[in-house]
Design a protein around this ligand. Structure first.
Ligand code: 5GP
Ligand code: MG
Length: 171
């Protein structure tokens, strides 16, 4: 059973608000957007089309999840292709849960010596104590397992237009 968390309309509105905040902060300094595959791809493509600041983008593919469990063992499945040296980097992530993926990303990207690094996350599980600063957050949520709008459960449900909570019986 799935329960609606945020509708397509609510997501669209929030994505526009995030883009406006980003435009305000960067003031036409060119951005390099890093999309974290696979979960962030739908969010990132919607977000960049609302951003007016000039930008380029790249992809990094990480995996850590095993079904519905987060693990601290992060695998780099596909690395970045652009050099990030002296770039203003904005990482776009679907969800921060334990924050291990975020820590991994920060280390990987800081090794490239960017001019700046910020994080934009659609969903943040608020019960989790994160050391990592998130600059732009779409929605704070509870500990539930969420699918849709790019987020999967065993690679399914990514194409759903709304965000849903997957019930315990499904996991
Ligand atoms: P973290 O390393 O912060 O624990 O987990 C980050 C990654 O785990 C996210 O990028 C996402 O791929 C996955 N993840 C964490 N929570 C959820 C969730 O509720 N639903 C889905 N589908 N993936 C999640
Ligand atoms: Mg992810």
């Amino acid at each position: 059973m799935k329960k609606l968390l945020y509708s397509e309309k609510e997501i669209k509105k929030r994505v526009r608000e995030l883009a406006a905040l980003i435009d305000l902060d960067y003031q036409c300094r060119e951005l390099t957007v890093i999309c974290v595959l696979k979960g962030s791809v739908i969010f990132m493509t919607d977000l960049i089309r609302e951003i007016k600041t000039p930008l380029t983008y790249d992809f990094i593919f990480l995996s850590s999840y095993n079904g519905a469990k987060s693990t601290s063992c992060i695998r780099l499945e596909k690395d970045l292709t652009l050099s990030l040296k002296d770039k203003h980097v904005l990482v776009v992530e679907d969800i921060f849960d334990t924050g291990f993926t975020g820590e991994f990303l920060r280390e990987r990207i800081m090794a490239e010596e960017p001019a700046s690094l910020k994080f934009c996350v659609l969903l943040r599980k608020k019960d989790v104590d994160l050391n990592l600063k998130i600059d732009y957050t779409g929605f704070d949520i509870g500990a539930e397992f969420v699918v849709g709008y790019g987020l999967d459960y065993r690679q399914k449900y990514r194409q759903l237009k709304d965000l849903h909570i997957l019930s315990e019986e499904e996991l």
